[in-house]
Design a protein around this ligand. Structure first.
Ligand SMILES: [Zn+2]
Ligand SMILES: [Zn+2]
Length: 284
């Protein structure tokens, strides 16, 4: 297996419309480990399309509890279970995920109990141990090490960037965040920085289209996300070898193409820039 990062879902935010890409999910294949970071809508079928057998996942990491990052976690785990999951698949997520997981199990209790009794399956509840992820976390999975950095994504406080190191490579995933000065050190010299990005003129168009009466959505987007230009500056200051733009806002505006993203970022960063697309595999 070649070490690679696959951007399974590259859209920022939870709503999908005809022609839009899908919410966040990132497949990490490094140092012999297969890890899913975030489980937005569509992640299960995207994993299958990327050639991943669900029972081969080694862990699932959730960066924060906005729905576009974990809405499909329950269906993913349930589907891995029906695909033959027998050994626990650890979930690492900020405080609070257990409420979702217990609620999901309760909502599917009839099906789960039926399959246990009728098909002899193990208990799903025991197959997804949940561990709290925060900035003190260091995960060691074989030769892969994962550390976390608290980022800035108001009003959510427990929101994290992740650094994955193994087999001589380092990848940093920004998570959802406003421009964060600490990201420069955290991503120093990484082989790849996957950073969230927005194009400000496009953001105003999204908000206009939603037709809300006040400007809270606009304010939320602007104070908790990173303009593409700033993502590129962080990549330059960190000296990363490549930058992938992800969690794109907007993601379903036919008037905005890869050219616009490159136009915003190339003046600030001279390394390789990948403009995220669902299913894009970036070898390390
Ligand atoms: Zn998000
Ligand atoms: Zn978010």
């Amino acid at each position: 297996m070649t070490d690679a990062i696959t951007l399974l879902g590259t859209k920022g935010g939870p709503a999908i419309r005809p022609g839009s890409s899908m919410p966040t999910a990132i497949l990490v294949q490094m140092a012999g480990q297969t890890v899913l970071v975030d489980a937005g809508l569509g992640c299960t079928s995207a994993l299958a399309r990327a050639g991943v057998t669900l029972t081969d996942l080694d862990a699932v990491l959730i960066t924060h509890l906005h729905s576009d990052h974990y809405l499909e976690l329950g269906p993913l785990l349930h589907t891995a279970w029906t695909a033959g999951l027998k050994t626990p698949l650890p979930i690492h997520a900020p405080e609070g995920l257990n409420t979702y997981w217990q609620g999901f199990l309760a909502s599917m209790a009839f099906d789960i109990e039926t399959r246990i009794a009728d098909e002899g399956r193990p208990d799903l509840a025991s197959l997804a141990p949940i561990h709290v992820l925060d900035e003190t976390t260091t995960l060691r999975m074989g030769d892969l090490t994962v550390t976390a950095l608290r980022n800035h994504h108001p009003p959510i406080e427990d929101s994290f960037a992740l650094k994955l190191t193994g087999a001589g490579k380092t990848v940093v995933l920004s998570g959802d965040t406003a421009p964060l000065p600490e990201m420069v050190d955290f991503a120093k010299g990484a082989d790849l920085l996957v950073h969230e990005a927005m194009l400000i003129p496009g953001v105003q168009k999204i908000v206009d289209r939603m037709g809300y009466k006040d400007d809270r959505l606009l304010k939320h987007i602007l104070r908790s996300h990173t303009p593409a230009e700033e993502a590129a500056k962080i990549a330059r200051k960190a000296g990363v070898k490549a930058l992938a733009l992800n969690h794109l806002i907007p993601a379903d505006d036919p008037g905005i193409t890869a050219k616009d993203w490159l136009h915003a970022t190339e003046p600030h960063y001279s390394g390789a820039i990948h403009v995220g697309q669902d299913g894009m595999k970036i070898p390390l």
